[in-house]
Write a protein that binds this ligand. Structure first.
Ligand SMILES: *[C@@H]1O[C@H](CO)[C@@H](O)[C@H](O)[C@H]1NC(C)=O
Ligand SMILES: *[C@@H]1O[C@H](CO)[C@@H](O)[C@H](O)[C@H]1NC(C)=O
Ligand SMILES: *[C@@H]1O[C@H](CO)[C@@H](O)[C@H](O)[C@H]1NC(C)=O
Ligand SMILES: *[C@@H]1O[C@H](CO)[C@@H](O)[C@H](O)[C@H]1NC(C)=O
Ligand SMILES: *[C@@H]1O[C@H](CO)[C@@H](O)[C@H](O)[C@H]1NC(C)=O
Length: 338
């Protein structure tokens, strides 16, 4: 049993290390792709998720003393913007949203929802910046709930300038984004199901296994009012089980067993992209062949802490470390749960 747990723990460590996705364009706060980020403040854990330690929103980087809040790009309202994610091992996809905040991350407006297949179908997300977007400085965010995870939410943010703007983003067309697994509400995603967002907004793309089914009811999570703290969902954001009678069975399966339980996705009925044991095995095998520097880089970030401390007692490195620690704690919890 202990041996089995060890094997599972090792597999989990490898699969956790595979989650190497991050925002490349526009250049995010503390990103290595942001040429304005001083070397000592580069977050080499950009690809790690928000964990339940208060790093929502934006990994705690908005107006952090070490964050350079100068905009990195100017976009015209109404224009098509290109957004690029980068990384390796995007195996199982999930759903993602893109949002803007004009108040330093307190409230957010979703400008694009990609439901299912996000990070698998493509890593380039062209979208229209709504013509209603006001002119001024805003925070642009990419948020992702991965298909395999029920404890993680990913979020990278960039500071952007918006020009030739409009009258404002109303909450019907541009609702509050979906937030789960972030410790700021009671919402948790269900492992093995691509989230169908309760508040999609005006600009929606269905992908992955949802490309042709376009599910009409929210799915893939538990909880209600799954939005940033202080915001209100514009619809009833409780996941509906109207499309199936085995929704709660899906919940039970996903909490008591691994992501590869076929019944976890059978619960929703319209998700064909269930993780099979063989696919996760091959994923693991291919990942071992790829270069994974996260641990090494985390260690580097920790060693850089000493430099950071001289410059700022509230160094970003502390945040990185905190989030790394949280991640480790989350992984431990995962092992215990299994
Ligand atoms: C993306 O947009 C930027 C300007 O915001 C532009 O410089 C860049 O060439 C574009 N990249 C692609 C791949 O279209
Ligand atoms: C956001 O933070 C910046 C400092 O980085 C500040 O200048 C600006 O006034 C803030 N904006 C709002 C709406 O609070
Ligand atoms: C998704 O989340 C799970 C844990 O919740 C993690 O093990 C896995 O590596 C993640 N996958 C990707 C591609 O991010
Ligand atoms: C929320 O649910 C209630 C009761 O089911 C319903 O009357 C109401 O119209 C719903 N609101 C929205 C925005 O869907
Ligand atoms: C789920 O199904 C049960 C039993 O059919 C029902 O009582 C419950 O109201 C449903 N919940 C939702 C959110 O639709």
């Amino acid at each position: 049993m202990a041996f089995t747990r060890h094997i599972l723990a090792s597999l989990f460590a490898i699969s956790g290390a595979m989650a190497h996705m991050q925002l490349q364009w526009p250049p995010a706060l503390h990103s290595k792709f942001n040429s304005a980020t001083p070397e000592e403040y580069i977050d080499y854990s950009m690809t790690s998720p928000l964990v339940t330690d208060g790093t929502f929103p934006c990994k705690g980087f908005i107006n952090n003393p070490t964050s350079l809040m100068a905009p990195t790009v100017t976009w015209d309202a109404g224009s098509t913007i290109n957004v690029t994610l980068t990384g390796t091992a995007t195996h199982n996809g999930g759903s993602c949203q893109f949002a803007l905040s004009y108040d330093n991350g307190t409230t957010w407006s979703t400008i694009y929802s990609y439901v299912g297949g996000c990070m698998i179908d493509t890593l380039n997300y062209d979208m229209q910046l709504p013509s209603e977007s006001p002119s001024g400085t805003a925070i642009f965010a990419w948020m992702w709930e991965n298909h395999s995870g029920n404890r993680e939410m990913y979020m990278n943010c960039a500071v952007v300038d918006i020009a030739n703007g409009g009258s404002g983003l109303d909450s019907t067309d541009y609702p509050a984004p979906f937030v789960a697994n972030a410790g700021v509400n009671d919402c948790v995603t269900i492992e093995g199901i691509d989230v169908v967002y309760p508040n999609l907004g005006k600009n929606v793309q269905y992908g992955g296994s949802y490309a042709s089914t376009k599910p009409a009811t929210p799915a893939g999570f538990t909880g209600s009012n799954c939005v940033p703290p202080g915001q209100t969902s514009s619809s009833n954001s409780t996941s509906s089980n109207s499309s199936t009678t085995s929704f709660s069975a899906g919940v039970a399966a996903s909490t008591s067993t691994s992501a590869s339980t076929p019944s976890g996705s059978a619960g929703v009925g319209n998700n064909a992209a269930a993780v099979t044991p063989s696919s996760s095995t091959s994923a693991t095998a291919s990942a071992t062949g790829t270069t994974c520097k996260r641990r090494k880089r985390s260690a580097e970030a920790r060693s850089l802490k000493h430099d950071g401390m001289r410059r700022s007692p509230h160094s970003h490195d502390r945040l990185v470390r905190k989030s790394t620690t949280g991640r480790v704690a989350a992984m431990k919890a995962e092992h215990i749960a299994r």
